[in-house]
Write a protein that binds this ligand. Structure first.
Ligand code: OAD
Length: 244
């Protein structure tokens, strides 16, 4: 049996954690991996759905061409999510609301697991799989965990689409601007479970670093952001954050 080793956390990081007030946390698919949510990339693989690369099925172009196929992919993802629970990493991050006076949690995930763990005011850069949005009037409809999704807009009766950001689409108004402003003001920035390949999300640690923050990555693999980080903790988010 493989021995369980505690991840190495430097004295400097512990000091920074104890002193920090303004903390920005950027999370990606890896933070939900231990809940059983498949990542898009990592381990040398890239996700596919019915033979299509995920960035084709999850694209604005596919939405124009075949909205039912995009819904099918998100209906499938919600079905997977329905049975899953937040993990130790989501719970640790939720507890940081009490620990840091100015915590900003920015996620690229659309799974809603941060909120289910108790995180409030989560900046959802890529939207949520648990919402539908009218393609005409933009009215947003919640999709409950046990309920079916609405067929048409309650407000104007027009067609609904997933309230997520697809490849080739703009981010929700205000979200990245708010996150960038917080990144420029934080003293400590955690980058957890993201491949760091998708912009503008990946620019947040860069902005934090340029503004003088201590940047720490938590990931089992190195990423293009690793070199700019002051500390790279190689390990799974749940294992690392529960000892931090
Ligand atoms: P990716 O799937 O690109 O990357 C997942 C990262 O999580 C990889 O770097 C893995 O090494 C790491 N990882 C895997 N297991 C982990 C664990 N237990 N703990 C910590 N890290 C772990 O996911 P994102 O970076 O979130 O966008 O992808 C960014 C965006 O690309 C997504 O939001 C989505 C996707 O296309 C849209 O759909 C617009």
């Amino acid at each position: 049996m493989k021995p369980i080793t505690s991840p190495h956390i430097s004295a400097e990081l512990r000091r920074r954690v104890n002193a920090a007030k303004n903390v920005l946390v950027l999370t990606g698919a890896g933070v939900s991996a231990e809940s059983g949510v498949p990542t898009f990339r990592g381990g040398g693989n890239s996700a596919r759905w019915k033979g299509l690369p995920f960035d084709v099925i999850s694209s604005g172009a596919m939405l124009e061409r075949n909205l039912p196929a995009v819904w099918e992919w998100f209906d499938y993802r919600r079905d997977v999510l329905r049975a899953l629970e937040p993990n130790a990493a989501h719970h640790a991050i939720a507890s940081w609301q009490e620990r840091f006076a100015g915590l900003t949690l920015v996620t690229q995930n659309v799974d809603g697991l941060h909120q289910r763990a108790g995180s409030r005011n989560v900046v959802e850069l890529h939207g949520s799989a648990w919402r539908a949005r009218c393609t005409v009037c933009r009215f947003v409809h919640e999709i409950t965990r046990d309920g079916a999704r609405p067929e048409a807009c309650d407000d104007c009766g027009d067609t609904l689409r997933p309230d997520v950001v697809l490849f080739g689409e703009m981010l929700p108004p205000g979200a990245i601007e708010f996150a960038l402003e917080r990144a420029a003001r934080c003293e400590l920035c955690f980058v957890i479970g993201t491949s760091g390949l998708v912009y503008p999300a990946a620019s947040l640690p860069e902005v934090a670093k340029s503004a003088g923050a201590f940047v720490c990555e938590v990931n089992p693999e190195r990423t293009p952001l690793s070199n700019l980080c002051d500390e790279v903790i190689t390990g799974k988010a749940g294992d690392v954050l529960s000892v931090l």
